[in-house]
Design a protein around this ligand. Structure first.
Ligand code: 2AM
Ligand code: CA
Length: 267
């Protein structure tokens, strides 16, 4: 990365961290206040007034600082043009937030020409802030972080959810140190970059869930593809993020397990 570009990305990262902290303070003010929630597409797909207020705040601050960069947010929509775009999830883990469970975060990711440039994930109640700029590594609360060195699936701790293929989920749960399902994909993928998880996979996530944290994983020495092993894009229908060493083993194990007949066909 060219020196001037490096400086510009550092400065965008710095501003995005400040904006995420401001949004995080707003979320903390609403946490455990029994915020009103309503459902979106499904009964478990919640949105609260804090999703909307957090997104409005992040949009306003990013627009003031970077008026030429498009903003695509979960609640407010927005078009990405040909150029750079911020993908904003004002609360990833809204169900957790609405229930008083602290595992939720704000996610801001900048992509341009199909490449991630800057990412910030801030989880105010967990007191975790991850930040990265392309080529400059990733930090947790200001300290550099790295993926794990686990090289055997039997010793891996994984993150996922059982909605894609419950039998594949159970097969991996039983043949590893286990699968966790914490309810905020951006924060879970951040844990792969920090070595807490050795791998994470899911299907059907949105660009604002993925834009920031997938950059952390590659900046931390890991690997990100879709579940077929293809190059990851922010619009990918599935994601596999790992410490790199386990990537091939996970792709093979998941392909095998997902080819089994499902126990409980989910429609
Ligand atoms: P959210 O809290 O921003 O909705 C587990 O529920 C994870 O999946 C969370 O990161 C959640 O993000 C995300 N998620 C829930 N419903 C989703 C949907 N319809 N599309 C994409 N991601 C979704
Ligand atoms: Ca959200």
């Amino acid at each position: 990365v060219h020196r001037d570009v490096r400086r510009e990305l550092d400065s965008i990262r710095g501003r995005a961290v400040e904006v995420a902290h401001e949004a995080g303070a707003l979320l903390s003010s609403g946490f455990r206040s029994t915020p009103r929630s309503r459902t979106k597409r499904t009964a478990a797909d919640l949105v609260t007034e804090f999703d909307e207020r957090s997104e409005a705040l992040v949009r306003e601050r990013l627009h003031d600082a970077f008026p030429d960069i498009a903003i695509v947010g979960e609640e407010g929509g927005g078009q990405r043009g040909e150029g750079a775009a911020f993908y904003v999830d004002p609360i990833d883990g809204t169900s957790n937030f609405a229930h008083g469970h602290p595992f939720f975060c704000v996610s801001i990711g900048l992509w341009e020409h199909g490449q991630p440039l800057v990412g910030v994930v801030h989880a105010p109640e967990m007191k975790l802030t991850f930040a990265a700029a392309r080529g400059a590594g990733v930090t947790r609360n200001g300290e550099p972080c790295r993926v794990s060195s686990t090289d055997a699936l039997e010793r891996a701790l994984l993150g996922s959810a059982p909605h894609d293929h419950p039998r594949a989920y159970l097969a991996l749960d039983r043949s590893t140190h286990g699968i966790r399902r914490c309810g905020a994909a951006a924060l879970e993928i951040s844990l792969v970059a920090d070595g807490g998880y050795d791998g994470f996979w899911d299907v059907g996530l949105a660009p604002w869930d993925l834009a920031a944290a997938t950059l952390f994983v590659t900046e931390a020495g890991g690997e990100v593809t879709d579940l077929e092993g293809r190059a990851f894009t922010v619009d990918a229908p599935s994601v596999l993020a790992s410490n790199g060493r386990l990537h091939g083993l996970l792709l093979t194990a998941l392909a095998h397990a997902r080819a089994l007949p499902p126990i409980d066909p989910v429609t």
